[in-house]
Design a protein around this ligand. Structure first.
Ligand SMILES: NC(=O)C1=CN([C@@H]2O[C@H](COP(=O)(O)OP(=O)(O)OC[C@H]3O[C@@H](n4cnc5c(N)ncnc54)[C@H](O)[C@@H]3O)[C@@H](O)[C@H]2O)C=CC1
Ligand SMILES: O=C(O)CCC(=O)C(=O)O
Length: 444
């Protein structure tokens, strides 16, 4: 089996050798899915995984825009349409200076498995730009989004490809992108998700990724007779996913002690309560300031510049910032300090080796953060039906979907000693649905 996996990865590396994040994401899937393929006759000799690692379409384009001083800038825009076997391409847009083809291909690849796990009919895609929204005025962000959509609109549509937000793309950006799509195409459709509530957005979509991550952690803890109530939780990030993960932990009686951004983390020994979290939301979503500001307002907190929060003692860790922010040393430290449960809110925040051999409750992002895209799927359904479900209705569906994903992970990930390997479970469950559809549709 080792040789089979190596042979497959050699072929992937030969084609994508300069794309480390993409190779990392494929390796993790190959290690669990190739043995499954080998033991399941119907997938043999069909080169399904090799077909799945090649994007159906990779679009790259120039985005030229004018700043407030009248200077012209050029960024690179992308949309990776990875796999449409089970539905229209679906996945977020990331605006961050680090964006490149490798990062978007890893995200698009993960998205295929994640969307399959949601039980909803969505293929996988991802896109974005190396544009940095930090320090830009609202007008500059608007001009960039409009310029980006001038090209992207040709490649998307409510039955073709439905983008949404990711790092650097929130409600403000989705509004500007939607406005330009509507202007160019002269149609009001559900072409993007994460829209504002008064123009087609779904209730709970902003909360969904963070809430879903905590619902998944709840399901994992339940298998051990444990709950969130009374537990100390370390969270990284302070953006959309981190904020609503923190909110749900508080609602369930947990104590959140950290948040972070790319410059460092804050540790609040007294816990980040509802009032403090509201301050963080205003700080990040409106003032767009650094998390270090928190310590100026709350003396119970300390700031740790240039560091990650994984050395802080906790029972639960929720990495919610970005890829590869938690390595094997961090993982050892967490476990040594008593951490029993890690649910990834971000995409691939743990390095490949971090929890590889750790027998704790560990959920990969493609399972635990799938609540965001699942609720985007619910937004698509509401748009098609031209109706709007209540907050309670959407939250109930979200909870149900997270429960289903957890069940799928158990079905395919439970090992002989009773330990659930959630990575294996998520990879195989995600693979089966897409692979079966690809088999049915023939070699295309
Ligand atoms: N927004 C969504 O619905 C979903 C997001 N995700 C993933 O969750 C993660 C966070 O995304 P959002 O909260 O939506 O983005 P966001 O833009 O709202 O927040 C991103 C957060 O990550 C931090 N960050 C960015 N680069 C960093 C770095 N190099 N080191 C440390 N921190 C860094 C930022 O300071 C910020 O706190 C990403 O991995 C994203 O792909 C996953 C599923 C859905
Ligand atoms: O809601 C969506 O379509 C995108 C969510 C996303 O980008 C993700 O799950 O990583």
């Amino acid at each position: 089996m080792e040789a089979k996996i190596k042979g497959f990865m050699d072929e992937v590396k030969a084609r994508n050798g300069h794309e480390p994040e993409f190779i990392q994401a494929v390796q993790e899937v190959a290690e669990t899915v190739i043995p499954y393929i080998a033991s399941n006759e119907i997938y043999n000799g069909k080169n399904i995984l090799l077909r799945m690692v090649e994007p159906e379409r990779l679009i790259s384009f120039r985005v030229a825009w004018v700043d407030d001083k009248g200077e012209i800038h050029v960024n690179r825009g992308y949309r990776i349409q990875m796999n449409s076997a089970i539905g229209p391409y679906k996945g977020g847009l990331r605006f961050h200076p680090t964006v490149n083809a490798s990062i978007l291909k890893f995200l698009a690849f993960e998205q295929v498995f994640k969307n399959s796990l949601t039980t909803l009919p969505m293929g996988g895609g991802k896109g974005g730009s190396d544009f940095d929204p930090k320090g830009k005025s609202d007008d500059e962000v608007m001009r960039f989004c409009h310029a980006f959509m001038l090209e992207l609109n040709r490649h998307i549509g409510p039955n073709t490809d439905v983008p949404a937000g990711d790092i650097g793309v929130g409600a403000r950006e989705i509004g500007f992108l939607f406005g330009m799509y509507k202007k160019i195409r002269n149609e009001f459709t559900g072409v993007l998700t994460g829209k504002g509530l008064s123009w087609g957005g779904s209730k709970i979509r902003p909360e969904a990724t963070g809430y879903g991550t905590v619902y998944f952690a709840q399901s994992m803890l339940k298998t051990k007779g444990q709950e969130i109530n009374g537990k100390t939780v370390v969270i990284s990030g302070s953006g959309n996913v981190a904020q609503f993960a923190a909110e749900k932990v508080l609602q369930l009686g947990g104590k959140v002690v950290t948040l972070s951004d790319s410059a460092g983390y804050i540790y609040d020994k007294d816990g980040i309560d509802e009032e403090k979290l509201a301050y963080v939301m205003d700080l990040k979503n409106n003032k767009r300031a650094r998390i270090s500001e928190y310590t100026k307002k709350y003396s119970s907190a300390t700031y740790h510049a240039g560091e990650k929060p994984w050395g802080v003692t906790c029972e639960i860790a929720l990495p919610c910032a970005t890829q590869n922010e938690l390595n094997v040393e961090h993982a050892k430290q967490l476990i040594a300090n008593g951490c029993i449960c890690v649910a990834e809110g971000a995409n691939m925040p743990s390095t490949a080796d971090a929890f590889h051999d750790a027998k704790i409750l560990f959920a990969p992002g493609k399972a635990s953060n799938a609540g965001g895209v699942a609720t985007s799927g619910l937004e698509m359904s509401q748009n098609s039906l031209r109706i709007s479900w209540t907050r309670e209705e959407v939250d109930e569906r979200l909870k149900g979907i997270m429960e289903e994903i957890h069940n799928s992970c158990i079905e395919f990930g439970k090992e002989e000693d009773g330990f659930c390997n959630y990575v294996k479970g998520a990879n195989i469950a995600g693979f089966v649905k897409v692979a079966d559809a690809m088999l049915a549709q023939g070699v295309i």
